[in-house]
Design a protein around this ligand. Sequence first.
Ligand SMILES: [Zn+2]
Length: 418
Amino acid sequence: MSCDWLVRGGRVVDPANGLDGIRDVAIRDGRIFAVAESIDPAGAREIFDASGLVVTPGLIDLHVHGYEFVTPLGIDIDRHCLGRGTTTAVDAGSAGCDTFPGFRAFAAERFRTRLLAFLHISRTGLSFAGLGGDNDTPGELESLRFANSRDCADCVGANRDLVVGVKIRLSDSIADGGRHEAESYRRALEAARSTGVPLMVHHNFSTVPHEDCPGRLAPGDLWTHCYHGFPQTLVDPATRRVIRVAREAVERGVLFDLGHGQGSFNWTVAEIAAAEGFWPHTISSDLHRGCAEGPCYDLPMAMSKLLHLGMPLEAVVRATTSAAAAAIGWGDHIGSLAPGREADLAVFALEEWDRPLEDCQSQQRRVNRLLRPRAVWRAGTPAAITEPACFPNTDSIARQRPWWGRLLVRDGTAPDSP
Ligand SMILES: [Zn+2]
């Protein structure tokens, strides 16, 4: 059959279509043309030999920061996402209603990666917000005048081609010592409910208790950073069990998202949660300036950590394709290799590896398999694969170590030097 690309003989893992088997994938005119056990290569203009490799729908990363040059956290999305197999990235609140037009012009339209967005309840988004925590820089909710639910909702409604939800960060350091957290949270929920989109919440070092968050989240809302070990961790530090309010939230349909980032992946918390079967519904990287060169590196590295914890490959791929697409209401468009879909697909090697891999506080685990990107197509056109500048990044591991002391849930002994 005539096609532009034939991706031959890979292990195709496409949870949306219940597929995990050796298949050929044909791409024509930017779309998936066919997926079959054997496709005649005679009519293919280009062939990619995927034998021994894993082929998936292009990955969907629900939590990144891609408003480069305008926000301190912003990164080059094509380098750090598309180059690692992520064909759709969702910016988590870098823009608010006042700064969204710039996000559209200078980020969403600039990158080849499909870049969508959760709109921050703060009208300026993360335009001057750094990492929060122990610093003197202001946060996005220093005044309640930054959080106007009607203006936020109007912006969501006017930009539904790109905006998939509302975002808030609940941390006392970015909300005038916590004084504005509860009211801002109420306004964020109001903006999301009035527009029928999910709310994504970042929740640590916060004055808002678990009874309110995730307690007041609705089905489809996302609690990101679900494996962090700081105050508001989902693991009770005393019993070292997942808290009841988190389990009840799961039963209600609240989604828990990984949001690895610079501080939010903790091996101890992750192991406790995994042992109880408390897995993330969606795996996201929270890639930004502070973690794109370690401790997260990229989405496939975060996926490798879930593989190490015992999550099956099919479930890991689901959490970064069909489940992620469904979470943002894009399930009919992305996250599947069904014929007719835009041809977003990625190829990975599942490499044998036997080295320690760090979490966000320098705790390490010996990991024996890594998912490494090998090829990616966005709308049928290939893009170059990129590599982390330095992996493992021992400087980053050393830099993160002081945060170990702030953890409520952690290993019994301090992490070794790298
Ligand atoms: Zn983030």
